[in-house]
Design a protein. Structure first.
Length: 311
């Protein structure tokens, strides 16, 4: 006799993100920094499928090379599943298969999207009846970007980036993403930022302990105006990331010379996100960057956060 649950699969999807604004506060005694960021969820999605199992496992598919990712208990998706099982008192496990479309260690929150989609998939698979707030609370314990991958859309993040306030955004923004063939360590980029600030202490204003998002960014998002947003894009982690990977500067120059309204590193990089005026401009820039042998994808935002997909 077959077990009907064995063939049950739940499919959840969560988006990657671009930080259209990121201000990093001064380093705190515990080594962390408070941030003020404006997140936009974009149409590069992680697809998580979950099956009942006795233990916890994860495998990866999709166009992104995931051969270097951990598949043991240190993987963020496994951590998410175990955290929900603990809270719900669930004694079984889950087999996860994740189709990766968001760059790894690319500053776009791919691992966070995996965790958010896993929480939703496992909640549905196990019938835990956790509330949305319950799942977001668990998400916040897993990493600063996980709650946003769960909620999606456009939001302001403060604290470590996990204290979210929805932001109004009108219309659709078009992005062209230049994907690097290497990753950058987020802690490494933050450490380089601290060194950068020490080196240039005489030339730059001291960092605030509690930074805020520039009002011009929120106004541009509310207006749905890509040109206005292009003027307001900012990322404090860009200078240290460029110091660690100088070749990214040439990518930024190339995109801006071929029609981008502006470009910036997403999060801690090394993905370079170019904002363009419309879909036609996005296609033209994709062609130009592809001709320079860069790996390029187009995306739009904002998009929904984690949700169940009915195949």
């Amino acid at each position: 006799m077959t077990n009907p649950a064995a063939s049950l699969v739940v499919h959840a999807r969560a988006p990657g993100k671009i930080n259209v604004f990121l201000k990093v506060g001064a380093v705190l005694e515990d080594g962390y920094h408070e941030v003020a960021t404006a997140y936009q969820a974009v149409s590069l999605f992680e697809d998580v499928r979950a099956w009942p199992a006795d233990d916890f496992s994860v495998e990866f598919t999709g166009p992104i090379d995931a051969s270097g990712l951990a598949v043991d208990g240190s993987n963020l998706a496994i951590k998410a599943a175990r955290a929900l099982a603990r809270q719900a008192g669930y004694r079984g496990g889950v087999r996860l298969s994740i189709a990766k479309n968001v760059p790894i260690a690319g500053g776009m929150g791919g691992g966070s999207a995996d965790a958010a989609a896993t929480l939703l998939a496992c909640d549905t698979l196990w019938g835990t009846d956790a509330t949305r707030d319950d799942l977001i609370t668990i998400a916040a314990t897993l990493g600063a970007d996980v709650p946003f991958a769960f909620t999606g859309g456009t939001a302001v993040g403060t604290g470590r980036g996990d204290q979210l306030s929805p932001a109004l955004a009108k219309g659709q923004f078009h992005w062209v993403l230049a994907l690097a063939d290497f990753g950058l360590s987020t802690p490494g980029v933050y450490n380089e930022l601290d060194r950068h600030r020490e080196r240039h202490a005489q030339d730059i204003f001291p960092a605030q302990l509690q930074p805020t998002v520039d009002a011009n960014v929120l106004q541009a998002l509310r207006a749905g105006d890509p040109r206005m947003l292009a003027e307001a894009l900012h990322n404090d982690l860009q200078a240290p990331a460029l110091h660690l990977a100088p070749g990214l500067g040439q990518v930024l120059e190339l995109g801006e010379a071929n029609g981008a309204l502006a470009g910036l590193l997403s999060g801690s990089g090394p993905t370079v996100a170019f904002l363009v005026a419309d879909a036609d401009s996005a296609l033209e820039l994709q062609v130009a960057l592809s001709a320079a042998r860069l790996r390029v994808v187009r995306a739009t935002g904002p998009v929904h956060g984690a949700r169940i997909i009915h195949d």
